[in-house]
Design a protein around this ligand. Structure first.
Ligand code: UDP
Length: 236
């Protein structure tokens, strides 16, 4: 597969065309942003870790019946994935209160939720990714009601699979963000990444934060936390 021209550059990844119109190459960067791009920095080694962790978890999910965009890891930072049209939604799944939910509802971080919560945000940086519901999604035509049902079903199954998988490595899955895309034949697949950038991972026993909150909140030990996740999952 040939790496051709860059077609997109996001906050954490670049995307390149390949000689197959149905395949693109994702290249993970060390750049980190938070608060809708207001805070910027570098997390050395993050691109390598997020590439490897994402691919490892995507393969685990695929084996367990979740269709994903993953095709093949081709280097430390580069992966071939199916070309998709991204559904312009961030799907947030929450098991334990943290972050914006704690702020919005006045619930202390770490409070176990009685039921898993799914939230949708409209992917739009200029608008600050506003939260929307199923009615907005159908009204705006971002996805059909059937597609939203499928996405919600996948998200809950992913939550079950990821939570129990991570538990074996003493990692508690607090919450996470997913993105889905549509392939050229119309199939909805899991896309984007699953990494310490997009999930809250706490040590099961000490509740130490092992994710991007260390960067967002200037807690220090950012690189070590990302490395620790890689080590616990893949033994390195
Ligand atoms: N998240 C993300 N990208 C975003 C917003 C949130 O990956 O643009 C993830 C975040 O890492 C956390 C979960 O989604 O695991 C819930 O985030 P929250 O709504 O609490 O927002 P935050 O506190 O991160 O601003």
């Amino acid at each position: 597969m040939k790496k051709l021209q860059q077609i997109y550059e996001g906050k954490a990844k670049k995307v390149f065309a390949t000689d197959d119109p149905d395949v693109v190459l994702v290249d993970y960067k060390d750049d980190a942003t938070a608060f809708n791009g207001l805070k910027k920095g570098t997390i050395t080694g993050k691109g390598v870790i997020n590439n490897r962790v994402t691919n490892f978890l995507m393969q685990m999910l695929e084996k367990n019946g979740i269709p994903t965009h993953y095709i093949e890891e081709i280097s430390d930072r580069e992966t071939l994935v199916k070309k998709v049209d991204i559904v312009p939604l961030e799907v947030i799944v929450r098991n334990i209160a943290a972050g914006s939910l704690s702020k919005r509802l006045g619930v202390p971080e770490g409070t176990k939720l009685k039921k898993t919560v799914i939230e949708y945000c409209y992917k739009n940086d200029d608008l600050g990714d506003p939260m929307v519901n199923e009615y907005h999604i159908a009204a705006m035509g971002w996805a059909t009601e059937e597609e939203v049902k499928l996405i919600a079903g996948y998200s809950l199954k992913i939550n079950k699979l990821l939570s129990s998988f991570l538990k074996q490595s003493n990692i508690e899955l607090i919450d996470f963000k997913l993105e889905f895309g549509k392939t050229s034949d119309g199939t909805i697949v899991l896309a984007d990444e699953i990494s310490p950038d997009t999930c809250r991972f706490w040590d099961s026993k000490t509740h130490e934060k092992l994710d991007k909150d260390r960067f967002r909140r200037d807690l220090g030990g950012v690189e070590d936390a990302y490395q620790e996740i890689l080590k616990r999952l893949m033994g390195e």
